[in-house]
Design a protein around this ligand. Sequence first.
Ligand SMILES: [Zn+2]
Length: 456
Amino acid sequence: MTEPVDDPTAERLAAALRCATVSTDDPREADSAAFDSLDAHLLASFPRVHAELELRKFAHSRLYRWPGAEPDGVSAILLAHQDVVPVDDAERWTHPPFAGVVDDEFIWGRGAIDDKSRVLAILEAVESALAAGLRPRHSVYLAFGHDEEVFGGEGAERMAEHLRAAGVRADLLLDEGGVITAGVVEGVRQPVATIMLGEKGYATVRVSVTEVGGHSSMPGRQTAVGRIARAVSRIQDHPMPLRLTPVIADMLSRIREVMPAPRRRLLGLAKLAAPVVTRVMATQPQTEAMVRTTTAPTVIRGGVRANVLPQRAEAMVNFRILPGDTVESVLAHCRKVVRDSGIRLELVGMSSEPSRITGPGPAFDLIADLARAVVPGIAVTTGIVPGATDSRHYDDLAGTRCNFAPIVLDERDLGSIHGTDERISRVNYARLIEFNRRLIEHFATVGPPSTSGADG
Ligand SMILES: [Zn+2]
């Protein structure tokens, strides 16, 4: 049973939450002062880390190198991000989102779960390891981005480039993504830890058309607005096919072990009747996202006045791409289903391919063991991050990638991430620190889970 964190530890996280390090689409609009005060807070709170680790900054991103006792090899790259998403309606929060309120049970504020608790928990663990005289056998990197919520182009991408150029190859890449959920997986009473092994790809397709325009009293067969509406509806009505990927099959077989008998029987069919399983999963948005490339028309615009024919109309459709599909195959699929040669289809903004999924190996077993030690009685499964995280920039730099934090969340907590009343319990924060502490202790005493690493 983990004891809740004490007041000084809770306060160190709360003080970080008071720095409103909100990510903006335009980096020039970011509040540099907020990142500077977070920087000052981290320097003051973790003196040993900043005296003994090498710190290199990329804009406001922080890349730490903790040199190992042995010159070769890298145990891990531990990722977390310092930035947060904006707050939609601060009035609806119990405590102001950037007040960093601490009460008997919770630490409140934007970033309490996503993702400052992970930044601070890693630093707490390294600080206490240094105080205890521990040193990793092989080097450990900490990489804390400052623009994860806007795709990491200035932070994670540059830090990863730096590591790549230095020839770094780690055994483990650990980042946010999966957590331990309670009462979320239907029919399973035990809390379930989902250690995610990769993430889906991302693409936005712009659908646009240009027409001559004119008076709306003589419109012809269809206007630009009508053509776009039809194209979008064709894309939405013809989603990419359902598919059971190996990682989701693995996830299901692990969940099956802890399910009550009737459900277990259904899942037992997974191998024989993947189409049945995927069809059942497709009935809920949360599970459908695991078995297909999702299609979400998010923006539509066109026209200026009710009595003027629009000259231009466009829409944006956002796709989250399942391993096996690609950015290119999504675009080709759109072309095929729209069936209107006058419609222009093109990729806009950030796009990324689905990550390479490494099977659960020794590094996965290590993370699973640590999760079980910190939260006894859990079931452990695998999965894939439906969104995009900074770790995609580091995909090629580690043998095994895990997206996971050992905090126990219910539906309400999950809704607070990017939503209202984000907070972390003192117990969950203690679990996070303890998990990182044990991970670092493992690196210090028995070395990495395998010895393939190389430090440049
Ligand atoms: Zn995050």
